[in-house]
Design a protein around this ligand. Structure first.
Ligand code: NAD
Length: 302
């Protein structure tokens, strides 16, 4: 069994980016600049944003963390986004989700200029991605493809089952796996909340590549996995753990102990898809800076 080491691959990508940034600054140009907007004080969001800012510093980007109170109005938040849209020294903008209930996330997502939308959530980028045009792609799905690419895992003609259909993970991942390209060209089945449990148990063992993004610890057990399958576990769940100082530990959606004995390749949690997401966000920021809307691997039009 091969462990798909997202921590190592993301470090490799960050080192590659660092080198590119040092060439840019040696040429006397300013480095790429990422702005992260954090609304409120959700502890998990604070941890994620801080990680992103630390990674910016590592690769040599400028970064701005704009903290706003949870009471901010939607209108004021939209204005803030517009300020950064207009700022020529800002290349990428992210608004950390989730947002307080009085703010509609789609309104904010659609306000970010598509060329600065380094999370790849704007409908224009989603459309371009779906039609197989260069664009800023969502970070977690492109991180999954990058892992498959760097481990030379063939996807063409394989049966890929994606469990979960969220806008940020499951659905874009299913599109990327089915569209032309390498990675891509897979036969894709999507399961979701309305897939009956017995159907999930019938479909998952058919997967050559099983990608799970649900948010339910141990949803996928060994009986649901084919011998030799590639298993990508996107889930990040906090489960109680008396042994740790924080009182919890992180667990994926896949029962790692048993599934890893059947899989040919599997991502650990933590240290699998999570670090890849940050690396791809940084790559998107450089692409936005270069106005070079590249993609993962090779694009082959359908
Ligand atoms: P979400 O809540 O938006 O979507 C969950 C999806 O799971 C939905 O599409 C739903 O239909 C489906 N689902 C729910 N119960 C199901 C069931 N019993 N059977 C089949 N499908 C079911 O979540 P999300 O934002 O896509 O995140 C999913 C998980 O991935 C979470 O644990 C999240 O923390 C994690 N995540 C990780 C990263 C990363 O970088 N590793 C990034 C984003 C999300």
């Amino acid at each position: 069994m091969v462990l798909l080491d997202g921590k190592k691959i993301s470090q490799d990508i960050k080192d590659e980016l660092k080198e590119e940034v040092s060439k840019i600054t040696q040429d006397g140009k300013r480095p790429p600049h990422l702005v992260a907007i954090l609304v409120g004080d959700n502890p998990a969001s604070q941890t994620y944003v801080k990680g992103k800012m630390r990674s910016c510093e590592y690769v040599g980007y400028s970064s701005t963390l704009m903290r706003l109170p949870s009471t901010i109005s939607q209108e004021a938040l939209l204005k803030k986004v517009e300020t950064y849209n207009q700022d020529p020294d800002v290349d990428g903008i992210i608004v950390q989700m989730p947002l307080p209930d009085h703010i509609t996330p789609q309104e904010i997502t659609q306000k970010i200029r598509p060329g600065k939308d380094v999370d790849g959530f704007h409908p224009l980028n989603v459309g371009l991605m779906t039609l197989n045009f260069p664009c800023l792609m969502p970070a977690t799905p492109s991180g999954i493809l990058e892992l498959l690419h760097r481990y030379n895992i063939p996807t063409k003609g394989k049966h890929c089952v994606v469990v979960g259909r969220s806008r940020i993970v499951g659905r874009p991942t299913s599109i990327l796996m089915s569209r032309g390209g390498n990675p891509g060209e897979a036969t894709v089945t999507i399961c979701h909340i309305n897939t009956p449990p017995e159907e999930l148990k019938r479909i998952c063992p058919q997967a050559d590549i099983l990608i799970v993004a649900v948010g339910k610890p141990d949803l996928i057990t060994a009986d649901m996995v084919k011998e030799g399958a590639v298993v990508i576990d996107v889930g990040i769940n906090r489960v109680p753990s008396p042994e740790t100082r924080s009182g919890y530990r992180l667990k994926g959606d896949v029962e790692f102990e048993t599934v890893s004995q059947k899989a040919s390749h599997i991502t650990p949690v933590p240290g699998g898809v999570g670090p890849m997401t940050v690396a791809m966000l940084l790559r998107n920021t450089l692409n936005a800076y270069n106005q070079n809307l590249a993609t993962v691997g090779e694009i082959i039009p359908e």
